[in-house]
Design a protein around this ligand. Sequence first.
Ligand SMILES: [Zn+2]
Length: 731
Amino acid sequence: MVMRTIFGFEAARVETADEAIKATRSAGKILRNMESVYRRDRIDGHTRAAAPAPHRLALHRLLWKRGSPPNLRLLRIRNVILASLVCAAAALPISCQPRKWHGDQKVIILGIDGMDPQLLKKFIAENKMPNFSALIEKGSFRLLTTSIPPQSPVAWSNLITGMNAGGHGIFDFIHRDPKTLQPYFSASRVEPPKHGIHLGNWVIPIGGGTAEQLRQGKAFWETLDDYGVPSTIFRMPSNFPPVKTRGRSLSGMGTPDLRGSYGTFSFYTDDPVTAAGVVEGGQIIPVRVEDSQVTAKLMGPDNTFRKGSPTTLEPFTVSIDPLEAVARFTVQDQKFVLREGEWSDWVHLEFQLIPFIGNVNGICRFYLKQVHPRFELYVSPININPADPALPLSTPKSYSRELAEEVGEFYTQGISEDTKALSAGVLDDKEYLEQARTVLAEHRQIFDAEFPKFHSGLFFFYFSSLDLNSHMFWRLIDPQHPEYDAALAAQYGSALSEFYQQIDQVLGQVMQRVDDHTTVLVLSDHGFAPYNRSFNLNTWLRENGYITLNREPNPDQSQAFANVDWSRTRAYGLGLNGLYLNLKGRERDGTVEPGASADALLIEIKEKLLGVRDPENNQAAITRVDRARDVYQGPHSAQGPDLLVGYNRGYRAGWQTILGNFPADIFENNTNPWSGDHCMDYTLVPGVLLSNRAIDAANPALTDIAPTIFAQFGIPQSGVMMGHSVFLSTR
Ligand SMILES: [Zn+2]
């Protein structure tokens, strides 16, 4: 029997001529139905794109279903049907099934977010990285060209698809809807059902809510599937919800917490000095200690089953020992005791949406920061419980539960290190470091459980630690940083090298199992640089006459582009590196004619930006500006920013400007503990690529990785991929 895959998709098995005719008829009917649904969906797609607040933060455990963008999803179904039509029309006893792969070639990839070549070399020189040192000696080490811009969701999407942002459509952490000018997270969208029946205070949803991945293009492991190559993909960024695969995968960066955010901690205190309210990445909640007891509420997801979508709340109590620094917690049916300075294990929570029918499960950790004289309690963001996920976290669906059964619960939110709690001053360096160590310990536990099970095909494992901890601890390794503190550096300055050393230990575990048929790739998505000074792009655009405001901005204003007079605005900044023209026909109130005048304006702004000097030291703040049309290829090229602003080392877009706000000054010192960064001129922050084999490419790029993987398994490269295998023998 001939095995065949057509258009890269699994197609129906057709054994006889009779069956073939039947299949042709029914496939034709399905195809006609699909055409009408497809047309309807496209119209829907437009409506949805124009709707406000596209990133609705609400969850429906009972009703979720995975959605890929409608046109793509339906195109795939169409392709399957077309494939079976082709088979059937031939009326031959053929079958079209994915190949079974019998090779013994193995590929192991360690994806180390933010591993920096300069730091790696420094720690190798200090004899801290023996396994990396040995790998470089026996194999090879190259700088790896990162994505434009060098942000993790963009960079990993380049690796996943072998295309740049023009192909996969992820241009930044943050995108905007040109019709509303409102920002939203670029990687995924969680939406409640569109319609519901209103009954008293309840809204009973009709149809399912969706969790939709916004990255376009085929992931390399989908192609491995087509050829029957088994794969395990652990915490790949920009893969939530995880794409359907026969292999095992767990989602990573881009996975929300139970509130639908990228992580919202809670901090309960009776200290009247601490201002209550929302802070970036969390909320400060005032409590009272009465009779040595605190009663407070944990905030769950918004209950879209109820009118007005109120936040679900679950009470908990803390009984404080009047003398000792210790407290007893009662959370639903769980009781535990914490000493001051102690973290709880994962605590299980259930939030009731519809009594007895609809509940969602979450997990969180408590940290008792202080008992006397003030009560201070940190509660982690409430994570989706991997043992009973409210949204799809893994393939197969049961995989996250199996992992939880094997190693215990673990952080499932995309960025697990609570950098926001450190930035808000809720956790100090020591406390943040403990939390960050826990995250890596959980990843290593899963690695230890999963890696021994790998025997053939591809194994990808992602580590977030070097990225997040380089962001937070740069100020402790760099005396030039404005936030450098010698005393703190003496205490915690070695933390970053400790995380590098742990990754070295993991590499040691990998290398023990390498045989002649194994290719090891160790790579990072980008390197790292200091972030000393902020450049407020929107303030600069305003002062240079490209943006006009109706009135002076309110410093507390948090809404994007409030007070902007769009009829007198020609360009705006959004996201970490994006600059957009206010283009007629694209933006709601566009003013710039597409074509020659848009071109001239882009050239003018680019030249002015390259001339910007920091008044404090006369350094260039921006060393590179790329035009989208020069650097992107693919169907989505026109959807992203028009210019990509590449900052010099030491500089980055300011915290407020990236969300469409207007701080008073163009330049500011970066006083946030988030003191290292990489969202800069991409040529200044390359990543690393190491292999046990000789890398022939002199200047490999992230877009070469998918072609390299395919070459290892003898899979032909798809035409949309930009790169080539980095190994000569398989090019
Ligand atoms: Zn980063």
